[in-house]
Design a protein around this ligand. Structure first.
Ligand SMILES: [Zn+2]
Length: 139
């Protein structure tokens, strides 16, 4: 029996570290990583990781009618965030938060979350999601 390895497995390291491409010419950082700078087309780029960076929430959308395999996670919230240091836009699911708690500009941090489990194979896909940074309440 031949087992095919899904693309998610081959790219897992990059996805878990949130690797991105920083351009040495224009200084901007694009995610996901690419060979050329997506802003100016330069090949003078380097790889950076965004996994340790917090991000601010720009906007989001709430999906109540989630696709198969995501039923238990309804509603699914997908956000657009901008990392605080590299100022990179990232499209990612949001977690540990209710839609009514979301505010644009709120600070969030990346966490590793189980995204799907593929039936009988038991293969579990993990991915990065963002959750609100918990702030201590002053008394
Ligand atoms: Zn560039």
């Amino acid at each position: 029996m031949r087992i095919s390895i899904p693309p998610t497995w081959r790219t897992r390291v990059d996805r878990y570290r949130l690797k991105a491409t920083r351009c040495r010419d224009c200084g901007r950082t694009g995610y996901p990583p690419s060979e050329l700078c997506r802003f100016c087309g330069s090949r003078n780029t380097e790889t950076v990781e965004l996994i340790d960076e917090r991000a601010k929430l720009i906007t989001w959308t709430v999906i109540y009618n989630a696709m198969d395999g995501f039923e238990e996670r309804r509603p699914v919230i997908i956000g657009i965030l901008e990392t605080l240091h590299h100022k990179t836009r990232i499209l990612a699911p949001l977690t540990d938060v209710l839609p009514e708690e979301l505010r644009s500009g709120m600070e969030m941090e990346p966490v590793l979350r189980r995204i799907t489990e593929e039936g009988e194979s038991g293969l579990i896909n993990y991915g990065i999601a963002y959750r609100p940074v918990l702030k201590k309440v002053e008394q």
